[in-house]
Write a protein that binds this ligand. Structure first.
Ligand code: ADP
Length: 816
């Protein structure tokens, strides 16, 4: 659209008014029509002239056609000016700068008064015309005003003779100026609309989601690049039309009937045979739009003129989510794998070891031979001397990995009983179980082998229905569990009961399997006793991990159908028979109990003699001791202290084991208790500032103060001990009103606990690898846990290796 023909305008103005020459000036504005320069006109630009020579035009362009003299009312105040003879209005000639300024001020004042109706035209002052300017005696000028009456420009007419312009001419010029202003405004709006349209277009095109606009007959009236590419790509697939129908036309039909489609998830196999997922939305267009949609004459019913369908490709996000979940599962499985007390090996199809857990490394002392696991199968078989029960060496082809990779399943009765000489020379009898790993087509891709057959089963649904179980699972339960049967029913049917370590029967919701499927809980090394219907029982360690079957087993679906809503929860459960371990442990406990007890007396004697001797030496009685003798005595005293502590710990362990550790609860202020512990331990270190943060001044709970002090003391000692570089230690006390517990936690910035060893850290004699250089027995946390649990409380921790640990205790608020 041509904005305005400025030259025609000035020519028309001359023709209609008989002016000899005319000028048209314009004020620069931005896209929004806002002026960019002040209204004086000095910086307006010359849009067109008529009736002047090229030299005069050049002069006009150089010279400000602005807000002085006769032009001032037009540009400064937006009113027209008609002067019969400009010569009659001339100001005094400028002799000095001062008179020049005075003249200008007077002219401005006159313009102001004129614009406000307080002065007739005669009172206006002309500043004269510069040299080279055509002589102007008759003068007529009108401003161009925009919608807000701001000056947008001016139309200026002149004649060398006086009295040339009439009142009618003035009205005519004002009319012309008004029309020009409207034309300018329209042109600006049109430009603006075009620019906006271009911007919108660019935005529309750059949207990564496919956006398609359809009219009410489901004809595509607009679509962006993404939508076009998607449609074109799908056109080439065998299922193409059906898919486009499902992605576009069906949602559009819904939208056209007035019903929006929200977040419909569709999965589609594209031309590269890849499954992609789209989130489809469609909404009705009810706007009475201008543009393509309104051009159709047939008026649709229900006021819906069209539909907008958007397709958001969620494949990448889903893949990322799936990957994330798979990683989380992998690390959960990894943690369980590490926590298993069975030695487990995973092989690839060539017999190379892909993974091996800590239990296997320990059992067979694999670390004795550098890079043992990286060596070829033949070499590994040669290093580990394996014989059958008759002591005959196993021929190579009969080695366990060899058999598994040939497809044999070695579980239950087929488990291999072998005699092995571990790499450190130790002889042992092991039972080897395992199974080949197969891909979807059933080809063998590797094998899993374990040293003691554990029971493994997979269940799903909140009632834990069996999906599959290995043979060892029948041994654990003393009955075989048919697939599809809920756990509760299976247990009832076979009279199987499960007990906790306190000897009490577990309610269904306490069973590791049900906790995993119902609450998604991950259960580590849970000790349970399974009592079979024939009265025999088995001590087991249970590990259970919740799985998302949808991600595990999902295969591409051709579907143009929505995906199934939420799949059922599932869990993988591993039971290890630890009855023999339990028996061995019981014997060990017995021995420890006796040893600890027997150690008590001689230690007390040693300690009292050492102290008596030191005391005497200090008092100067008896023989004078040499320095080294005094030092030796001090060392004996210290060592006996340590031994006394250790025997105390051991005695606690045996008391706990025998259920003979009695608590003496009384109302105790935990804040004061914490202060005591901190005061006692802060003097042992300068590099570990310990701070107490208590949400209240007192937290009174019904606990055994000596025992809780022991627990807290242990946690703070650990925090100090396992921060060898120093670092702050924070103790926080707060209340959890919901759980009705008092929480106490100890945070340090120390070495932390490696993730793969965290599951075992509360076990007896368990220590993390990164703690080996630091003195300790691995009994402290075991005792802490038992004490806290005996109080009806809970202890747990969070830790990151090399960053620090936080140990939490929650004690019931109410009395025991
Ligand atoms: P001990 O300290 O005598 O070894 P504990 O039972 O108190 O025994 O702790 C068991 C193991 O847990 C320690 O050996 C150490 O590996 C780890 N551990 C306990 N507390 C911390 C801590 N604050 N920071 C890092 N590791 C810890």
């Amino acid at each position: 659209m041509r904005a305005l023909d400025e030259t025609r305008l000035v020519e028309t103005a001359c023709e209609l008014t008989g002016a000899e020459f005319a000028a048209f000036t314009l004020r620069p504005v931005n896209d929004e029509g806002e002026p960019l320069v002040p209204a004086e006109g000095g910086r307006f630009h010359l849009a067109a002239v008529a009736g002047v020579t090229p030299e005069q035009e050049a002069l006009f362009r150089r010279m400000p056609l602005g807000g002085e003299g006769l032009l001032a009312p037009i540009f400064r105040h937006g009113v027209p000016v008609r002067v019969t003879d400009a010569l009659a209005h001339l100001s005094q000639p400028e002799q000095t700068r001062a008179t020049g300024q005075r003249n200008r001020d007077a002219a401005r004042q006159a313009a102001f008064d004129y614009a406000h109706g307080q002065l007739s035209t005669e009172g206006l002052r002309s500043m004269g015309v510069p040299r080279g300017h055509p002589v102007v005696r008759s003068f007529l000028g009108a401003p161009l005003l925009d919608r807000t009456t701001q000056v947008r420009g001016g139309l200026l007419l002149g004649h060398r003779e006086p009295g040339q312009f009439t009142r009618d001419d003035e009205a005519l010029l004002v009319g012309l100026a008004a029309q020009a202003a409207v034309a300018l405004e329209n042109a600006r709006l049109y430009r603006l609309a075009q620019r906006r349209a271009q911007e919108l277009n660019a935005i529309f095109e750059s949207i990564a989601d496919g956006v398609t606009v359809m009219d009410h007959q489901r004809t595509i009236v607009r679509e962006n690049g993404a939508a076009r590419r998607l449609r074109e790509q799908l056109k080439d697939t065998p299922e193409g039309e059906r898919v486009v129908e499902a992605l576009l036309y069906t949602p559009a039909r819904h939208a056209l009937s007035g019903e929006a489609v929200v977040d419909l998830l569709l999965s589609v196999v594209d031309s590269h045979n890849e499954t992609r997922e789209y989130l489809v939305n469609a909404s009705p267009l009810r706007l009475l739009t201008t543009g393509p949609l309104s051009q159709k004459n047939d008026t649709p019913q229900n006021g819906v003129f069209g539909a907008v369908v958007t397709c958001h490709d969620t494949t990448e996000r889903r893949l990322r989510e799936a990957e994330h979940q798979a990683q989380a599962h992998a690390s959960q499985l990894e943690a369980i794998f590490e926590a298993l007390t069975d030695g487990v090996f995973v092989y690839d199809r060539h017999g190379s070891i892909v993974q091996v857990n800590t239990a296997a490394r320990r059992l067979l002392a694999l670390d004795v031979v550098p890079d043992y696991t990286a060596r070829p199968l033949e070499e590994r078989i040669a290093l580990l001397d394996m014989r059958d029960t008759q002591g005959q060496s196993l021929p190579r082809g009969r080695s366990a990995p060899g058999r598994l990779l040939k497809g044999e399943v070695l579980t239950g009765a087929n488990a291999l009983e072998v005699q092995v000489r571990a790499l450190d020379g130790q002889e042992m009898q092991v039972s080897i179980g395992g199974a080949p790993l197969r891909d979807q087509e059933g080809r063998i891709t590797g094998a899993v082998m374990n040293e003691l057959p554990s029971s493994v089963y997979l269940v799903h649904g909140s009632d834990a229905r069996l999906i599959l179980a290995n043979r060892a699972s029948a041994t654990v339960w003393g009955a075989s569990w048919p697939p599809g049967q809920p756990m509760d029913e299976f247990l009832r049917e076979h009279g199987i009961r499960v007990f906790g370590m306190d000897g009490l029967a577990l309610a269904p919701e306490q069973l590791a399997t049900l906790r995993a499927v119902r609450d998604g809980e991950m259960v580590y090394q849970h000790q349970e006793v399974i009592r079979h219907s024939d009265g025999t029982s088995m001590h087991v360690l249970v590990n259970a991990v919740a799985l998302d079957l949808h991600h595990l087993f999902s295969s591409p679906v051709d579907a143009t159908k929505p995906l199934a809503e939420g799949t059922e929860p599932a869990a993988l459960v591993v039971h290890q028979d630890v009855s023999t371990l339990k028996e061995a442990e019981r014997r060990k406990d017995e021995f420890i109990a006796i040893a600890a007890h027997e150690l008590g007396n001689p230690l007390a004697v040693l300690k009292s003699y050492a102290q008596a001797l030191l005391f005497q030496a200090r008092r100067g009685r008896g023989y004078e001791l040499a320095d080294w003798q005094r030092e030796a005595l001090q060392n004996i005293d210290l060592a006996t202290h340590r031994l006394v502590d250790l025997t105390e710990e051991l005695l606690d362990v045996t008391r706990l084991q025998a259920g003979q550790l009695a608590l003496h609860p009384e109302p105790t202020d935990l804040v004061a208790l914490t202060r005591r512990v901190v005061a006692r331990l802060q003097v042992t270190t300068e590099r570990h500032p310990i701070t107490i943060h208590a949400a209240q001044e007192h937290f009174v709970a019904e606990v055994d103060p000596r025992r809780i002090e022991q627990v807290l003391g242990n946690l703070v000692t650990n925090a100090i001990k396992y921060s060898p570089e120093g670092g702050r230690i924070d103790l926080t006390l707060c209340e959890d009103p919901q759980a009705d517990t008092v929480e106490l936690y100890v945070e340090d910035q120390g070495i932390g606990i490696p993730a793969h060893q965290q599951a075992r850290i509360f076990g007896r004699f368990e220590r993390a690898d990164n703690a080996r250089k630091i003195d300790g027995t691995g009994l402290g946390l075991y005792i802490c846990r038992a004490l806290v649990e005996q109080h009806g409380g809970r202890i747990w921790f969070e830790s990151l290796e090399d960053q620090g640990s936080a140990f939490f205790i929650a004690l019931p608020n109410s009395s025991l």
